[in-house]
Design a protein. Structure first.
Length: 103
């Protein structure tokens, strides 16, 4: 996918559930899942918080999907969501502005 103004992506916003503490294996499983999706389509992911301090309050994943239904399935199939450590909301995200050279 060539990202350009007018492109439609989906944004998954993750919110930590209470004081739940996922294991290192949970994080690995989630990363492997996201890497699999990234091999198939555009995807960018990052966390909210200070990773050096080990504080992670949530995350955001931007990715390509054909429609909201497919986007919700992709989001909900992530092990970190399925195991109940985070909940997520999925939104259509319309690219309105890109910096020069972003492609």
């Amino acid at each position: 996918m060539s990202l350009k103004e007018g492109s439609v992506l989906f944004a998954r916003i993750d919110y930590k559930i209470g004081d739940s503490q996922e294991t290192e294996q949970d994080a690995i499983d989630s990363m492997e899942y996201l890497q699999k999706i990234a091999r198939e389509r555009y995807l960018a992911a990052g966390v909210f918080g200070n990773m050096e301090l080990g504080t992670m309050d949530g995350a955001m994943v931007l990715f390509e999907a054909k429609d909201l239904e497919e986007a919700q399935k992709i989001a909900n199939d992530d092990p970190i969501i399925q195991r109940g450590y985070y909940r997520c909301d999925v939104y259509q995200w319309n690219v309105m502005l890109l910096s020069k050279g972003a492609n």
